[in-house]
Design a protein around this ligand. Structure first.
Ligand code: GLU
Length: 375
């Protein structure tokens, strides 16, 4: 497989190497592998846990034992997050790789507009050769808006950035046929083609199960990601070159194969949404769409109905026939103002520019391209 964008999830047990402190040497080893992948022109996103652990480490030095209440954990996360980030920054600095901290909650990823904002930000960070270092915004996240565990968070992030591979690093070698700590006959499952009930039962997990960091959340993450066309590798973070090998397709840990191609699942999603508005475009734009290009504002003749940025709209030809469905980068009011204008004029007209196109080709499903071929 060809991996061009990957998300690496590093759990607390991997970061601390089983101790109560962040293990800089382990972090350096992991960073080194991520840097090697970047040098092969792959885009790398890091999802890191360890804020609360780092907070405990930091706080433990000066204070008496702390209560285990939610506000105290949130305080620890706030203290530890800067400490954690500093540690990552220091190791990546050795390779001259700039890092960018992004703290997310579920609310940032479930609302379409905020989802698009997060996506644009992350992609811009990547486009500037900077490595996004992501964690949940634990200090302020309440139960209602939290993802709650970084396994699921990493799957959501992999989805947001359209990664092709998610590597979940843990302190176990992967998924076993039974719990290896209790059953010496347990063997590692190298590949999971379908995440069905047999697999859920093996892990002793249930789809709705709770608990941070266990096999349940890892399988939930694998399920979520593979359904979006993303390959998932669950492996031991202590294994030398684990990330590097996973990205090269070498047999490491347990590999969960995608249930659908990335594009298929995206297209399915676009087609499942009811378009909230429409744009009528000229023949040149129709031709461009059929050739797989994006819809630029210059080709838009008319904006019909009201829609928000991030919603699915219909794209119609000059005769009003439905040509495509796609996710719009601008709301209807802005789309009206930039319709028929060149992309270079967008910033001047709106005072800001979110994208040079109205609908990106990756966010579009062209309907019946054959019957529509223009001559
Ligand atoms: N966000 C938490 C932290 O940084 C970790 C959550 C998890 O490990 O799943 O401490």
């Amino acid at each position: 497989m060809n991996v061009s964008k990957l998300v690496i999830k590093v759990g607390t047990s991997t970061l601390t190497a089983g101790t109560p402190r962040l293990n800089r040497r382990r972090m350096l080893e992991l960073a080194q592998q991520m840097v090697a992948l970047r040098e092969q022109h792959r885009e790398v996103v890091l999802v890191t846990s360890g804020a609360i652990a780092a907070g405990r480490e930091r706080f433990g030095r000066f204070h008496r034992p702390l209560a285990r209440t939610v506000p105290v954990k949130q305080m620890l996360a706030a203290v530890g997050q800067t400490h954690l980030m500093l540690a990552w920054e220091q190791v990546f600095d050795m390779f001259d790789v700039p890092v960018a901290q992004v703290l997310l909650t579920r609310a940032d990823l479930s609302d379409r507009r905020r989802y698009l904002n997060a996506r644009d930000t992350l992609n811009t960070i990547l486009a500037h050769q900077t490595l996004p270092v992501i964690n949940e915004n634990d200090a302020v996240a309440t139960d209602e808006i939290r993802v709650g565990d970084n396994d699921n968070l990493s799957a959501l992030v992999a989805n947001v950035v359209s990664a092709d591979l998610l590597v979940i690093l843990t302190d176990q070698d992967g998924l076993y046929t039974a719990d290896p700590r209790q059953n010496p006959a347990a063997t590692l499952i190298p590949e999971v083609a379908q995440l069905d009930d047999t697999i859920w039962n093996l892990a002793g997990a249930s789809r709705s199960g709770q608990g941070v960091g266990g096999m349940t959340t890892k399988l939930q993450a694998a399920d979520l990601a593979t359904r979006s066309g993303i390959t998932v590798v669950m492996a031991n973070g202590a294994r030398p070159n684990v990330i590097y090998d996973a990205a090269q397709g070498a047999p490491v840990g347990t590999r969960f194969l995608p249930a659908a191609s990335n594009m298929e699942s995206r297209k399915r999603w676009i087609l499942s949404e009811k378009p909230l508005g429409a744009v009528r475009v000229d023949d040149g734009a129709v031709q461009a769409l059929l050739e797989g290009k994006s819809l630029l504002p210059v080709g838009v003749r008319e904006v019909i109905d009201e829609f928000e940025r991030g919603e699915v709209i219909e794209i119609r030809d000059s005769a009003g026939r439905e040509i495509a469905h796609g996710i719009t980068r601008y709301n209807s009011a802005d789309a009206r103002r930039i319709a028929g204008r060149r992309s270079s004029e967008i910033a001047g007209i709106l005072g800001y520019e979110l994208a040079s196109m109205l609908v990106h080709t990756d966010d579009m499903v062209v309907l019946h391209p054959v019957s529509l071929s223009l001559r």
